[in-house]
Ligand binder design. Sequence first.
Ligand code: F6R
Length: 609
Amino acid sequence: MCGIVGAVAHRKVGKILLEGLKRLEYRGYDSAGLATLEITGIQRIRQAGKVDALETALASVDLNGTQGIAHTRWATHGEASETNAHPHMSGHSVALVHNGIIDNYQEVKEGLTTKGYRFETQTDSEVIAHLIDSHYQESRNLTKAVRSAVESLAGAYAIAVMHVEHPGLLVCTRQGAPLVIGVGIDEHFIASDQLALTQVTNRFIYLEEHDLAELTAETLTIFDEQNVQVERTVQSFNITQDAADKGSFKHYMMKEIFEQPAVVKRCLEGRINQGRVLDVMFGSSSKEILDQTKAVQIVACGTSYHAGLVAKYWIEELSRIPCQVEVASEYRYRKTVPLPNTLFITLSQSGETADTLAALRKAKKEGYEGSLTICNVPGSSMVRESDLALMMNAGPEIGVASTKAFVAQLVCLMMLTLALARRTGLSEEIERNIVLGLQSLPHAIQQILDLDKRIRSLSKHYMKKNHALFLGRGVMYPIAMEGALKLKEISYIHAEAYPAGELKHGPLALVDKEMPIIAVAPNDDLIDKLKSNLEVVSARGGEICVFADQHVELKEGPSLTVLPVGRIQPFLEPILMVIPLQLLSYYVAVLKGTDIDQPRNLAKSVTVE
Ligand code: F6R
């Protein structure tokens, strides 16, 4: 999704802005631009395509400005072109960058057109620049003009603005899209994501909804929704350069897949004592909320939704507490009926996904027992707006396709399951057994990563296919869904997941040599049923590859490849089984030569509906 960077300092900011944009590339975008305030006025350079193209264009421009704003755009209104790229300007005086979508932009545009404003772009964002200018004409006060302008906007926005008559001043505000201020020494920065600023500061302030901030190099003044000046906490984060670097890996996705043993270790750190999970990890008011919990509602999108589906099997089996899971974009618009004493859980890597955040806000109005977010980004909107927060501690995830965050979510969800199940009578022995399993996960994952070469050679088989069917039963069904999602998003091969028992109700009609089947087979109660599902496929000429628990007996043949993936405590097998599916998708995408870290049309943090 779109990214914002801004800076006001006593040094030239062109390079800082460009570096910030590079750090935001992972979010997905299709054009980029920046503007600095020079002695001669606002200097704006924009390019369709990648930040590299912008950098090339900048090579011939002498930027000396000590304040500026920059943007990566993910097209929503109007094609990805230089004209539609941000910053947008009103005349030569106002420059603006915007993340989000303005729902009433047509209406605002008509009003501005009658006032004589002319529009150069097809975007909703350009109207904000002109709207600010029209208010500025009345007050000559930039802060006031920005406040008045956003009062007539409906939709989501994070904006940063500068004005040619106010050198040394940046104004920014947000509603429904994140914005963070970076605090430096005699310099201030703005970004939609703190990762854009870790090269210049490790001190951040997260703006609340409707906050408006005035930034100069030395000062920072924040006003809340009522226009009252407020103090917001400065938080320090030490995200090492390393964490956001590819290192020796060719892609972030590969790096993140291989980081997973370390991620699991980090996620467990300080959360287990003498073989049991510690409630304190959920926050100070967790005891009261968890004690009262009689039902669980999980809401999430994409990969995070799949983690929620796995948790449903765990929570219902181990704690006997009913658990519902729903995609956020459906949940937020549905007339829902919360059960009494329900814990509302959001799962989100970014903590900013628009649909999940809206679902959380809706749930808070509906009177749930409490809300918990399992999230990877400290200070994100979901963390700030939930009663309880459990951090995944996975470190920055840069690849658009989520891998390590999924595994960290599952580890967190299993710890939550144990905390709930202990209250409903789960024996200490079973808890200890699962905790031991969690502690052995890093080693077990590493063993699968060591199968890397074998999976790479398997991937050749899939690169020429146009479709693939993923099968699983029980808790492995969501893992099959996750495998299908990974394959489709990075290799653009159409992939579907089915619970294996559903095959004969329709999808079997698709099975032939051109439709490879990928199955995940744990050694559980359903294994014999899965085997007979696979035989039905073989009998129809389907080619099958099974990632199986090493104790599952399956005989390889011309149309059946079996890849044993080791063993772990049975409840934890889904965590292990997803790893080979991540690797398989990755290698298929490498062979197909796709843009693995930034697949076409996708964005990392989906901050618009
Ligand atoms: C897929 C993927 C997406 C995200 C989804 C939710 O690989 O990454 O499906 O899982 O957009 O994002 P978060 O977890 O940030 O809410």
